[in-house]
Design a protein around this ligand. Structure first.
Ligand code: BGP
Length: 484
């Protein structure tokens, strides 16, 4: 091998990702309780998903069926092994283990399901990377407690944490606490991460009519999640010192829209709020220096006791994981569409995906360097991909060149970051297999290496087909990233 080929370290974790609420389905099987995602209807780019208090038979709730992985996990894991995955990043559905979130005893059928799944992965030589909660908070915790704004969720989460760390000791060595926790500063995360049911029922990126009280609740909920995460990190290390626990952040990168000083200042503020706010708490163990003024100016009344500060300090994470799809621009004057996925001005230099996300491979190198310089912790990219309309041919092939081009460029950028000296331990594209989109609930927004024969309304055989990107990624992994 030439040095140009030795771009990825030995033992690099080539993987791929999914989330329980988007792939499992089986929403009411084997004692599982309902989650907030089970109450979320489908939508599309222009029509936001909605939360309904009751399940209405005439509406479509895509998370209830996912891509049927609950029943077909053995087939999927065998395909992932054929793909060559070193790690499969998946999430546990909290309501499979504790159906109501506050049950005294766990649901044994749920525990056994995941044990079979982890054993199957072990038999195929695939290490799990497991998100403890990926947008699927038990519905009872949303309705009865008001979600994470209620401090009582901390002991309930720890009970869940203790159960899964103990049950899967030896089977799972790498855990992530809360998926994309930093989304909690806006309406979208307030709903899906913090479990606060939106007043309007609509799941939008940022509700411009949010009241002061609602904004206050977002920061309060986040504080409780940070404490729960910190306590879970400590607990995991006590139960099994070999466990590594990471945080999981949305990889926001903002560029100043122009060279005006005001835009540079806007960019700095956006990065601080969207990225470093959560990362400072979870990696450094304290809130950023600018938080008191930010809270005061906005009437946010969060108080952090000495005891809470000590918990945050003792429970810092072992590594940083993040998703990376796109970048945005910051401007002192132009605001993005509050219904759009991220909240920034459009970058005129970048092309966009069919769902309007700016494609920016170079931004991945930028973000890796930026985060590593600030936190000096190993990084793991646990989501990166392109949502596309793929077509299944009659002979069962699927020519998804768009995915290959997108991933190739991002892997090249990652190789550059590694050469820069950044400690990157793994890369898990989104998604291992076609699953339901979190943002829109569509099945036709496809990211997977494996095509699933299903449409947005649950029609189809749900059979699996290897796409061209499957065979391409197989070679990437086999060659440890030297053949792209
Ligand atoms: C991330 C979420 C994932 C995933 C991905 C793609 O923010 O962690 O769950 O779905 O985005 O988004 P979408 O499914 O809306 O295309």
């Amino acid at each position: 091998m030439t040095s140009a080929e030795q771009r990825f370290p030995e033992g690099f974790l080539w993987g791929a990702s999914t989330a329980a609420s988007q792939c499992e389905g089986a929403w009411d099987k084997d004692g599982k309780g309902e989650t907030i995602l089970d109450h979320m209807t489908n939508g599309d780019h222009d029509n936001p998903r909605r939360i309904t208090m009751n399940i209405e038979p005439e509406l479509t709730y895509p998370s209830q069926r996912g891509c049927h992985q609950y029943e077909r996990f053995e087939e999927d894991i065998a395909l992932f092994a054929e793909l060559g995955l070193k790690t499969y990043r998946l999430s546990l559905n909290w309501a499979r283990i504790f159906p109501n979130g506050d049950d005294e005893e766990p649901n044994q059928a749920g525990i056994e399901h995941y044990r079979r799944l982890f054993q199957c992965m072990k038999d195929h030589g695939i290490e799990p990377t497991v998100t403890m909660t990926h947008y699927d908070i038990p519905w009872n915790l949303c309705v009865k407690y008001g979600g994470w704004k209620n401090r009582e969720l901390i002991p309930l989460f720890l009970n869940y944490a203790r159960t899964i760390f103990t049950e899967y000791k030896g089977l799972v060595k790498r855990w992530l606490t809360f998926n994309e926790i930093n989304f909690g500063i806006v309406s979208y995360g307030e709903c899906v991460t913090s479990g606060i049911i939106p007043r309007s029922g609509k799941v939008v990126m940022d509700d411009p009519d949010a009241t002061n009280e609602e904004i206050n609740d977002r920061f309060l909920a986040l504080h409780h999640e940070y404490l729960a995460s910190a306590l879970a990190v400590k607990l995991a290390h006590e139960i099994d010192p070999e466990i590594q626990v990471g945080c999981m952040q949305t990889g926001f990168s903002f560029y100043p829209l122009t060279s005006k000083p005001e835009d540079a200042a806007a960019q700095q503020r956006d990065m601080e709020l969207w990225m470093y706010y959560s990362l400072d708490v979870m990696c450094k163990g304290h809130y950023p220096y600018w938080a008191p003024r930010y809270f005061k100016d906005r009437g946010i009344t969060l108080t952090v006791s000495d005891e809470d500060q000590a918990i945050l300090k003792e429970g810092t994470v072992d590594f940083i994981s993040f998703s990376y799809y796109k970048t945005d621009c910051s401007s002192a004057t132009i605001k993005g569409d509050p219904n759009d996925w991220a909240y920034g001005a459009d970058n005129p230099e970048l092309e966009k995906s069919d769902w309007g996300w700016a494609i920016d491979p170079a931004g991945l190198r930028w973000l890796c360097n930026d985060l590593y310089a600030r936190y000096e912790m190993p990084l793991m990219i646990v989501e990166n991909g392109l949502g596309e309309y793929d077509k299944l041919e009659e002979d069962g092939s699927c020519h998804d060149e768009g995915h290959i081009v997108y991933l190739r460029k991002h892997i090249e950028a990652l190789a550059q970051a590694i050469r820069d000296g950044v400690d990157v331990i793994g890369y898990c594209p989104w998604s291992a297999i076609d699953i339901v989109s979190a943002g829109t609930g569509e099945m036709k927004k496809r990211y997977g290496f494996i095509y699933v024969d299903a449409d947005d309304y649950g029609n189809g055989s749900y059979d699996r087909y290897r796409k061209d990107s499957f065979f391409w990624y197989q070679r990437v992994i086999e060659s440890n990233g030297s053949e792209l």
